[in-house]
Ligand binder design. Structure first.
Ligand SMILES: [Cu+2]
Length: 209
């Protein structure tokens, strides 16, 4: 029974963090604009950020504050052509409290200010406004496109600040990845709140109690 004494707190911890998870939605291309809406969000570790591509052909690609319009090896959605009748999605899970910077890799969009930030400082030198300003000063064609055309399967491969959950199939407000996402094998950190995980946790409780 000793192992149960260890397992039970772990199960409680896992289930608690799972239930506390928040999904943040960032809409991409609202009304045909080159925008992320909202551009600047705060998210906790374990939260999901779900990009919803509603028009145009955009990407959500991770960069750095210093080099705003070039993929840093972190997540990239790949191009997501979308329309009102065919919304595309891409989700990441936040696994750091450090700022996460990103942009659209479509030609010229980053330079047009199509960038976003997660947990950007609200004051100081590295605010979202400063990031966007830096992006808009990047010369056109400076790595804005070639680095963002990947499939998105390399997310989180080298310790980047977020990990890919799913490039498709998530819808607004579900908060949990589908089993497809959890089994896709593309995530470096599997979503802890998948339906199957919850089921396993609950089964564990049942077994222990
Ligand atoms: Cu774009």
């Amino acid at each position: 029974m000793f192992s149960n004494l260890i397992a039970l707190p772990l199960l409680i911890t896992a289930l608690t963090s799972c239930l506390a998870q928040t999904t943040h939605t960032i809409t991409v291309g609202t009304n045909g604009t080159k925008t992320f809406t909202p551009t600047d969000i705060q998210a906790a570790i374990g939260d999901v950020v779900n990009f919803q591509f509603v028009t145009g052909n955009h990407t959500a690609t991770q960069s750095t504050f210093a080099v705003p319009c070039t993929n840093n090896g972190g997540f990239k959605s790949g191009f997501k052509p979308a329309s009102a009748n065919d919304i595309a999605t891409f989700a990441i899970m936040v696994n750091t409290t450090d700022p996460i910077w990103g942009y659209c890799g479509q030609v010229g969009h980053c330079q047009a200010g199509m960038v976003f930030a997660i947990n950007a400082p609200e004051t100081g030198n590295k605010t979202f406004a400063a990031f966007q300003s830096a992006a808009m000063s990047v010369s056109a064609g400076d790595g804005s496109n070639s680095s963002s055309s990947g499939s998105g399967t390399s997310a989180g491969a080298n310790g980047s600040s977020s990990s890919l959950i799913s490039s498709a199939g998530m819808s607004t407000g579900t908060g949990a990845a589908s089993s497809t996402a959890a089994s896709a094998g593309s995530a470096s950190t599997l979503l802890p709140c998948s339906a199957s995980m919850v089921g396993a946790l609950l089964a564990g409780f049942t077994w222990l109690l």
